[in-house]
Design a protein around this ligand. Structure first.
Ligand code: ADP
Length: 472
């Protein structure tokens, strides 16, 4: 009998001319259906109609026909935007500058959306997950990292090298350290280039896992040339839910498209207001715009940060909320995003389809207390709401250091229900429960390990929530 994995294997020998990767890794193949000796699938490509597109289709057809048992192949060719096509691929192999594994700019289409706040909190969250992290404040027009991190004096210099400040576990450099507080500088192109050269070449970063770069807002030539100087792994885009901000954010995405740099994901900041007195949630600017956009453009949605007083107050006080109030809901939203970013990078590095068993073909919700996943390898897993709620992998429910479950069975209502479910990136889902809890990211890897069917039940470890796949 012909299987879907044989079909995918045959298609993985064909290179996608746009991404340089095979058709399966670059997520060009969709909806594979096998029925006896007949195979049907969709082929998504941004190639324009013409000989190159026809040739790709012919090669795909011949590859599938070469699988023993296949007699008839039907291919539906669908168009895809070049941006989406590139975003679906691997991380570009960034030339390793210095000794830094991932160089990640945090960008926004305009100022005031919380880009610096997100950069700083994300950097601290990554460091709390055990990574070695640096933060470069390239927002030369309004360097706010010194205020956010509560440090203003110039760093030490030794033997012509600048030693970055180390604060809350991360290495820091900002133009703000070299300017009198509040002084505005009119930047000209050559000065900017010199500054970036210095920040990269003359700063003693040492070995890092992540260098986060807080880019200036906007998408002008200056931002473009800053990015061209630095070999980037992929960008993170911050946007607020308002439509207006949102269309501006799109420009930032186009900028990275020009730079042939993948967009690793989008973050929605100021997504709903959380009252600091009663904890109620109100959607002042609306919410979900970035999520919808990300979904329709096949960009990973990394998560939402609420509009919350503790985020602003802690930033103004020079101690970002992830450092100041690690267990607060605001801090947890940054930590969840940091984990999501790591998962997205890992996924891209090893190629999304390397283990198709870990990707759902369908996620269904047959009732408020049930979830059903049909995996790519055909396996079916069924979960009930109570068990899934109990297995929540967030830091409030599981001690991240020991793996011990903090949430007690008795504290969960027996009739807990699933209010909604959202995809997070391409690696997992979040659930909103009827008890209001919504902070856990369930990676597909974790969900597969939670499957309690007799064939899967052997992995007892997974049921405790240890190693849920997105922590280090
Ligand atoms: P940008 O870097 O995009 O210009 P900032 O990070 O400087 O924006 O944030 C602008 C202002 O908004 C700051 O006062 C910051 O404390 C506040 N802020 C950012 N994100 C939030 C949030 N989620 N909740 C409350 N205040 C926020």
């Amino acid at each position: 009998m012909v299987t879907e994995s044989e079909i995918l294997k045959s298609l993985s020998n064909i290179i996608n001319p746009i991404t340089g990767q095979d058709l399966v890794t670059s997520a060009s193949v969709k909806d594979v259906q096998v029925s006896g000796d007949r195979v049907a699938f969709s082929l998504e490509t941004s190639l324009k109609p013409g000989p190159e597109k026809d040739h790709l289709k012919d090669r795909a057809r011949s590859a599938v026909l070469s699988v023993p048992g296949v007699k008839n192949v039907s291919i539906t060719v669908l168009s895809k935007s070049p941006m989406a096509e590139r975003a679906a691929g691997h991380v570009q192999p960034a030339e390793r500058i210095l000794n830094i594994k991932y160089v990640i700019p945090v960008a926004s289409g305009k100022g005031g959306v919380g880009k610096s706040t997100v950069s700083a909190n994300l950097a601290i969250a990554l460091s709390k997950l055990g990574y070695r992290v640096g933060l470069m404040d390239a927002d030369v027009y309004g360097p706010s990292i010194p205020t956010l991190m509560g440090i203003h004096e110039p760093p030490r210099q030794e033997d012509g090298k600048i030693s970055p400040h180390v604060r809350y576990g991360i290495k820091l450099i900002s133009m703000g350290f070299f300017l009198p507080k509040g002084e505005a500088v009119i930047w000209r192109g050559p000065m900017l280039h010199k500054m970036i050269d210095q920040f990269l070449g003359s700063v003693n970063w040492g070995e890092l896992d992540f260098l986060m770069i807080d880019l200036p807002p906007g998408t002008g030539d200056i931002q473009l040339s800053l990015c061209q100087k630095i070999p980037l792994t992929g960008a993170v885009i911050v946007s607020t839910p308002q439509d207006l901000a949102f269309q501006v954010a799109e420009k930032a995405i186009f900028m990275f498209e020009k730079l042939h740099t993948p967009v690793l994901g989008m973050i929605e900041n100021m997504s709903g207001y959380v009252c600091k007195n009663c904890g109620s949630h109100e959607e002042i600017f609306g919410s979900g715009g970035a999520r919808e956009y990300a979904k329709s453009h096949r960009i990973a949605f990394l998560g939402a940060i609420p509009l919350a007083a503790d985020i602003r107050i802690s930033s103004d006080g020079g101690k970002p909320v992830v450092e100041a109030e690690n267990s607060s809901a605001s801090a947890q939203s940054f930590i969840a995003i940091a984990k999501g970013l790591v998962a997205e990078l890992q996924l891209r590095e090893r190629g999304e389809k390397s283990d198709t068993s870990l990707f759902p073909r369908e996620i269904n919700q047959p009732g408020k207390d049930k979830i059903e996943i049909i995996w790519h390898d055909g396996h079916e897993s069924r979960y009930n709401a109570f068990d899934l709620r109990l297995a929540c992998p967030c830091a409030m429910c599981i001690d991240e250091n020991t793996g011990r479950r903090l949430i007690r069975r008795e504290s969960i209502r027996k009739d807990v229900q699933l209010s909604s479910m959202d995809r997070v990136g391409r690696y997992g889902v979040t659930f909103r429960w009827s008890d209001g809890h919504a902070t856990g990211i369930y990676t597909f890897e974790y969900l597969r390990r939670l499957c309690s069917c007799p064939a899967c039940r052997t992995d007892a470890d997974a049921k405790t929530g240890v190693n849920y796949g997105i922590a280090r």
